[in-house]
Write a protein that binds this ligand. Sequence first.
Ligand code: ASP
Ligand code: MG
Length: 414
Amino acid sequence: MARIVQKYGGTSVGSVEKIENVADRVTRAAEAGSELIVVVSAMGKSTDQLVGLANDITEHPSKREMDMLLSTGEQVTISLLTMALLKRGVEAVSYTGGQAGILTEATHGNARIKEIDSERLTNQLEAGKVLVVAGFQGVTEDGSITTLGRGGSDTTAVALAAAVGADRCEIYTDVTGVFTTDPRYVKKARKLQAVSYDEMLEMANLGAGVLHPRAVEFAKNYEVPLMVASSMVEETGTMIEEEVTVEKNLIVRGIAFENDVTKVTVAGLPNRMDTLPKLFSILSSNGVNVDIIIQNQYDEDHVNISFSITQCSLKETVACLEQAKNELEFEHLYHEEDLAKVSIVGSGMISNPGVAATMFEALAKNEIFIKMVSTSEIKVSAVVSEDDMVMAVEVLHDAFKLDEVHEEQAAQLV
Ligand code: ASP
Ligand code: MG
């Protein structure tokens, strides 16, 4: 008997009708004989609304109370879905994260799962119950409710799948799978049959919103086969697994992009051993998250250091650097806003030289100026002007022929 964890996101349970639709789908899976855990998000935009309520009371809500508040969103969904299942004659029972045995660290608002005591869940599964579990939440050792960070219900689903040894984890959402790039921006975007954990992890971290990065990390570490599919249309989704056998010859599998990137340049820093550690410890102690870093020496005694941050941390960054101007001994501070990061991702890059060259040529041919570059084994990111972002993605989508299905060639290779 297959043991399956299904997860339905906020849009998929956004109204009573949609909850009834989910109940139909769960009923069918239960009738087909699977053991089922169903993880759900809060209905529609209700988490945002709860955040709004807190902000109406205070600008700085207590983190503990915030978790207490936000966790109620998912509780609404688990009880309603369970009622809908009971109405259909399915033996279902709902659990909060804590009741499901999800133990987390005490970091309110962004807690990591430490451990899952799955005994209750496995007993109930073996007794033939369908378990409906609230996503995005857990409890600390002393019983305080925590949440796992926005979008964290994916992580709950994958973590439970690992804990109960599920055969697979199915993430149902408002898109039909993982695409070569965001179909809302690029018409030619194509749904992929499969991607590897590492590729998905890069794409999720680079801003492809389909899956929470921590969920992918969990799936990779515990080798949980993941599937992403639509909760509305009956269509095969995308598999995320270790070995991707379909379209093996796709060197670049996807293009991720995000805007709101800002480039900061600290110019005229002393060319000394302690410059880099000083600069970046000031940034980190002020909570500034830095992405790409570039250093260049322009004369014997001086270097310029540029780095990228998200637009929202610009104020903080400028303030803390200006304050440390004497300590750091720099001459000027510049920044450039309204930039975007466009990244090509694919495990095939490791063994194929020339991928970056193709990328740069394609962008240059279309007069898209690259302001910063960073690479890893399986990705190349370029920072460009925000106005060029969508064009850059389209150009690269064409350059790497991502709209073509590479199945036949893949079949010939094996
Ligand atoms: N309801 C939470 C959020 O909106 C968690 C989730 O949906 O995954 O972020
Ligand atoms: Mg989500």
